[in-house]
Design a protein. Structure first.
Length: 389
């Protein structure tokens, strides 16, 4: 029955990953609201910052709230946020509903999914984590085309209302699965989980700061592309009617990379894997900058999506090896502050650059520079200890 816990985490991530399909809403909302690309990008930026805030406080919640009750609450809150975004029909209400309310529920929910992959299971922990984050990445592969068709048929606001209903149902189904699994969050065994800021830099400050730096630069580079995937595809020659190919390719790359990223971290160490992912990201950005074309844009989006998405499996596995499984939620929650800060800046930065130049070439060059810094951060990390499971 314990495998029901892993199934609950996978199910939640599969639907919560709708968050990363945001780019299919960008142009329809621009038109519907009469605002700029930078203005619409603000929604995703704030959503990522709030997502990170949810991840940060999640260990404190795990100590106090049973997983089934938490899953049901997250579904209801996520649904309320999307309901507000859909009914308000203004940029302000979309920011509040999608960004401020929906965002943090995804952060806590993602942390919950990682907890369900970290309980004692009959499969290797790195494999379980990879399966869970693959579901989150898979959402960007599965949902862009259906969402685009629904948006074209009923508009972006009604589509948000449909998503609200879906998240409520998913929350209750996950709650039932967790109830029957009998799983308890490993973070509940972390004596320091309730102390959010105590010993913030951990007992390995150099390692912590290097991981934090790696998150900052890889997220800055990756999110400049992923948050504008549909726009990048169109800007480099894909027909506007097929803009969904952009986020679909990032999702395809994410799924392929996430499947192998966790086990690869066990075999090769987080140090090598993170440096390799940053290298792939840098080369991809530079290639599209130097040789712009429609076909290459899709290849690059797949490679960048894979490199960025793989980090979702690499960081938890690497942290559990530098520290311990019970500490993973607390340490991972702290490094998502860097993710939130990067997410607050990167989508908006790319939107401003698009409004300025009418394209994404400068965004590609800047993202490549961030990826180069990611290579340095990865190489500087110490070798992690061997996996115990």
């Amino acid at each position: 029955m314990i495998l029901l816990a892993l199934l609950a985490g996978i199910l939640w991530n599969l639907f919560a990953g709708l968050f990363y399909c945001w780019s299919v809403f960008t142009e329809p909302l621009e038109t519907a609201l009469g605002v700029s690309r930078a203005d619409v990008s603000t929604v995703f930026s704030i959503g990522i910052a709030c997502y990170a805030a949810g991840m940060f406080i999640s260990p404190h919640i795990f100590v106090r709230v049973p997983l089934p009750r938490l899953a049901a609450a997250l579904g209801l809150i996520a649904g309320c946020g999307l309901l507000i975004a859909g009914l308000g029909q203004s940029l302000t209400f979309v920011i509040i509903g999608f960004g401020v309310i929906f965002g943090p529920t995804l952060g806590v929910g993602y942390a919950l999914a990682l907890q369900t992959a970290s309980v004692d299971l009959p499969v290797r922990r790195s494999v379980a984590i990879s399966l869970s984050v693959t579901a989150f990445a898979g959402a960007a592969l599965i949902w862009p085309a259906p969402l685009s068709m629904v948006i074209a048929d009923v508009g972006p606001f009604t589509t948000l209302l449909i998503c609200a209903a879906v998240m409520v149902v998913v929350g209750f189904v996950c709650a039932a699965l967790l109830h029957f699994s009998g799983a308890r969050a490993p973070a509940a065994n972390d004596a320091e989980a309730s102390q959010i800021l105590r010993g913030f830099f951990t007992n390995q400050p150099r390692t912590f700061l290097l991981i934090l730096s790696s998150v900052v630069v890889l997220c800055l580079g990756g999110l400049m592309a992923l948050s504008h995937a549909a726009g990048i595809a169109v800007a480099f020659g894909i027909d506007a009617e097929r803009a969904w190919l952009g986020p679909t390719m990032t999702g395809m790359g994410c799924v392929a990379a996430c499947i192998v990223a966790g086990p690869a971290t066990d075999w090769l160490s987080g140090q090598r894997v993170l440096a390799g992912l940053a290298t792939t990201m840098m080369i991809s950005f530079l290639a599209l900058f130097l040789w712009p074309s429609a076909a290459l844009s899709l290849v690059v989006l797949a490679l960048v999506g894979g490199s960025f998405g793989a980090t979702a499996a690499v960081y938890p596995v690497a942290i559990s090896r530098y520290y311990s499984v019970s500490e993973m939620a607390r340490i991972y929650g702290r490094i998502t502050i860097a993710y939130g800060g990067a997410g607050l800046v990167a989508p908006y930065m790319a939107g401003v650059l698009y409004d300025w130049e009418g394209g994404y070439r400068w965004s590609l060059l800047i993202a490549a520079a961030f990826a180069a810094l990611g290579i340095a951060a990865g190489i500087a990390l110490p070798r992690s200890r061997a996996s115990a499971h």
